[in-house]
Design a protein around this ligand. Structure first.
Ligand SMILES: NC(=O)c1ccc[n+]([C@@H]2O[C@H](COP(=O)([O-])OP(=O)(O)OC[C@H]3O[C@@H](n4cnc5c(N)ncnc54)[C@H](O)[C@@H]3O)[C@@H](O)[C@H]2O)c1
Length: 310
C-alpha cells in the first residue's frame, strides 16, 4: 500500500514517521516544493528503520509528482501553518491556491486515490478539493475531528485523573476554535457517562480547553502543533488502508445528514477501504443540533470566500 504526503513540514513529516514505525503502509512518498526538503526528511526517517525496526520504504520528492504515481491514499498538508494571533480563517486565501493545484497534480498520477485534506481552514479546503476535482464524496476526507477528539479525551482524562485510553469522546462540527462541538453529554469513562464523575463546571472547562486546544499550542510553540496532528492523520490513514471501519469524526460532504447539504463539516463516519463508508447519526439533542447548525453557518460563510478560486 502506498501513501503520498504532500507537504513535508511539521505535520506531514510526523505523519510519515508514525505511518512507518507503525507499519501502516509499505511505501510513503513525501513531496514538498522546497528543494531537497522532502528528500532530507525521508532520509532522516529511514535512518530510524534499524533502531525502531520498520520495513516501510520512505522516499522524498521535490515537486516531482511522477514519484507519487499509483498512491492508494494522498494526504495534503501543504500550505502555511497558523502563526500566533492568526485565525484559521485568515489562512484561506493562501492555502486555497496551494491545495487546489496539489489536488489536480495528484490525480494526474493517482486517479483512484483517496484524498485526506489537512491544510487549514480544513473544512473549507476539503470542500474546495471536492468541488475542484469532481471526485465522489466518499474519496475526499477532511482530518480535524480525530485531532480535536484526541485533545478532548486528553483534557477529560486530566479532569478525571484517569488514563486517557479509558476515556471515550468525540468532537464534531467545524474544525475551528469557535465552531467545534465537544460532545460532553456522550463522553464516557469506560462506558459510564463522564457526568457521573465531573461537575457541569468541570465539563464546561474541558470543552473550553478543547476548543482552544490548537491556539494554546500555537501560543506555546510559535507555530501550530504537529505530534498529535501527524498521529491523527496516520490513525485515519490506517483505518482507510487496513479497512478498519473505525468510527472517526471527519469533515465530509453532507447531503441532508445532520440537517445540512453542500457543506463539508465534521460528523462521525465509518472509515474503510472505500474512504467514507457511512455517516453515523449519533442522535443529537436539541441544544447540540442548534450548535451544529450555528457551526455549519460559520463554515458556510468561510466557504463563500472560495468564490474567486472555484
Ligand atoms: N487539520 C488539522 O487538524 C491540522 C492540524 C495542524 C496543522 N494543520 C494545517 O496543516 C498545514 C501544514 O502545517 P505544518 O505545521 O506542517 O506546516 P509547515 O510549514 O511545517 O509545512 C508545510 C509544508 O508545505 C510545503 N508546501 C507549501 N506549498 C506547497 C506546494 N504547493 N506543494 C508542496 N508543498 C508545499 C512547505 O514547503 C512546507 O514544508 C497548515 O495549513 C496547518 O494549518 C491542520
Amino acid at each position: 500500500m502506498k501513501v503520498t504526503i504532500v507537504g513535508a513540514g511539521n505535520v506531514g513529516a510526523t505523519c510519515a514517521d508514525v505511518i512507518s514505525y507503525r507499519g501502516i503502509a509499505s511505501e510513503v512518498v513525501l513531496l514538498d516544493i522546497k528543494e531537497g526538503f522532502a528528500e532530507g526528511k525521508a532520509m532522516d526517517i529511514m535512518q530510524c528503520s534499524t533502531t525502531t525496526g520498520f520495513n516501510t520504504v520512505v522516499s522524498g520528492s521535490t515537486n516531482d509528482y511522477s514519484k507519487t504515481a499509483k498512491s492508494d491514499v494522498v494526504v495534503i498538508t501543504s500550505g502555511i501553518p497558523r502563526k500566533p494571533g492568526m485565525t484559521r480563517e485568515e489562512l484561506i486565501g493562501i492555502n486555497a491556491g496551494i491545495v487546489k493545484s496539489v489536488a489536480v497534480n495528484i490525480l494526474e498520477h493517482s486517479p483512484d486515490a483517496i484524498i485526506v485534506v489537512v491544510s487549514n481552514p480544513m473544512d473549507t479546503m476539503t470542500y474546495l478539493t471536492l468541488k475542484a476535482t469532481g471526485l465522489p464524496k466518499n474519496r475526499v476526507i477532511g482530518m480535524g475531528g480525530a485531532l480535536d477528539s484526541s485533545r478532548f479525551k486528553y483534557f477529560l482524562s486530566q479532569a478525571l485523573q484517569k488514563p486517557s485510553n479509558d476515556v471515550q469522546g468525540m468532537v464534531i462540527g467545524g474544525h475551528g476554535d469557535t465552531t467545534m462541538i465537544p460532545l460532553t453529554r456522550l463522553a464516557s469513562y469506560n462506558g459510564s457517562p463522564v457526568a457521573n464523575f465531573l461537575s457541569q463546571e468541570e465539563m464546561d472547562k474541558v470543552a473550553a480547553s478543547t476548543m482552544v486546544g490548537g491556539a494554546t499550542l500555537t501560543g506555546l510553540l510559535g507555530t501550530s502543533a504537529w505530534y498529535a496532528p501527524g498521529a491523527s492523520v496516520a490513525f485515519l490513514v490506517d483505518s482507510i488502508l487496513n479497512n478498519q471501519k473505525r468510527m472517526i469524526p471527519c469533515s465530509v460532504m453532507l447531503d441532508g445528514e445532520y440537517g445540512q447539504s453542500d457543506i463539508c463539516i465534521g460528523v462521525p463516519c465509518i472509515i474503510g477501504r472505500n474512504g467514507v463508508e457511512q455517516i453515523v447519526d449519533v442522535k443529537l439533542n436539541d441544544a447540540e443540533k442548534a450548535l451544529f447548525a450555528k457551526s455549519a453557518e460559520a463554515v458556510r460563510n468561510m466557504n463563500a470566500d472560495l468564490k474567486s478560486v472555484l
